[in-house]
Ligand binder design. Structure first.
Ligand SMILES: Cc1cc2nc3c(=O)[nH]c(=O)nc-3n(C[C@H](O)[C@H](O)[C@H](O)COP(=O)(O)OP(=O)(O)OC[C@H]3O[C@@H](n4cnc5c(N)ncnc54)[C@H](O)[C@@H]3O)c2cc1C
Length: 267
């Protein structure tokens, strides 16, 4: 077997994430009980959207934490799952190479797409996977348990896992892993998750993604990234707005001073 492909499926989610976040946000500032607040959003969708946009933009992200999303992910290499499980606010259950032995020499694996430009290397890669699979089967046949036979399996071996997390944890994950600096495979997985979350809850995840989506970049190599142009534009826009604001403020101040009877005394 074979080369296999990434699949990302949303298995479960909280029923009303946008309303839940709006309820959490409003509870902080309202005398009403949470149940009363929650019951009102259906009649006030614009208010709900505004409330969520405001807390999200202000970074009050604890209000996102009340919503859970559970994904089923398959066709991800062990190289990528090793990176994925570094995200400590996500929860994982991963196919075990101890309890699940591959049944024949053709174990599923991921092949980097860049190899398609190098047909000879690509064929060599496939031959090596086959050889590894045969050695793996030989070790099992010789009586080794799969927990030992798996030592020959490569980083390319495909895995599958359930990953759950609250909206804040996914938001943080997407910030790091949809960035162009992230490794291509986990970035593809992150973009799949991003597409699904944006489709499911567009208000909650409106500005989810790498920091450049929100107009800044912390990567030292940022200016070399093709997406950096968006950051530069956003910063120029922000600077232009700040310039207008400053000029208006100075003009208003000058008018106030001119009108103030005590202005001469003060100067
Ligand atoms: C482009 C890229 C390159 C990378 N390269 C490497 C590499 O070469 N080597 C390597 O080992 N890793 C590497 N990583 C992994 C990286 O170091 C993180 O382990 C991973 O991205 C998870 O990020 P996190 O710790 O911020 O996330 P999470 O574990 O999900 O935590 C989210 C946030 O919670 C807070 N938090 C979580 N735990 C704690 C804690 N114990 N104390 C205080 N605050 C906490 C922090 O604010 C943190 O940002 C790389 C990641 C990226 C995106």
């Amino acid at each position: 077997m074979p080369e296999t492909r990434l699949k990302v499926v949303l298995l479960e989610k909280s029923p009303h994430p946008t309303a839940m976040t709006a309820t959490a946000a409003r509870t902080c500032y309202s005398a009403n009980e949470p149940a009363v607040i929650a019951a009102r959003w259906a009649q006030r969708p614009d208010d709900m959207r505004r409330t969520v946009n405001r807390v999200r933009a202000a970074g009050h992200h604890s209000t996102l934490e009340h919503n859970i999303y559970v994904f089923g992910i398959s066709g991800l290499s062990r190289a990528a799952t090793h990176q994925l499980v570094r995200h400590r606010h996500l929860q994982f259950d991963q196919q075990s190479q101890r309890y699940m032995a591959f049944k024949d020499a053709d174990f599923p694996y991921i092949k980097p797409r860049r190899l398609t430009a190098l047909p000879e290397m690509s064929a060599r890669f496939d031959r090596l996977m086959r050889e590894i699979g045969e050695t793996y089967q030989a070790l099992l046949a010789a009586g080794l348990p799969s927990e030992d036979a798996r030592f020959v399996l490569p980083n390319a071996a495909a895995s599958q896992l359930i990953v759950s997390g609250n909206a804040r944890a996914w938001y943080e994950f997407l910030t790091l892993r949809t960035c162009n600096m992230a490794q291509w495979e986990i970035r593809e997985m992150a973009f799949e998750v991003l597409r699904i979350l944006k489709r499911e809850d567009p208000v909650l995840f409106a500005d989810a993604g790498a920091t450049c989506v929100r107009g800044y970049c912390r990567e030292p190599d940022g200016p070399r990234c093709p997406r950096y142009i968006a950051v530069a534009k956003s910063q120029l826009d922000a600077a232009a707005k700040a310039g207008v604001w400053l000029a208006e403020r100075n003009a208003a101040k000058a008018r106030r001073i001119g009108q103030s009877p005590s202005a001469d005394d003060e100067s």
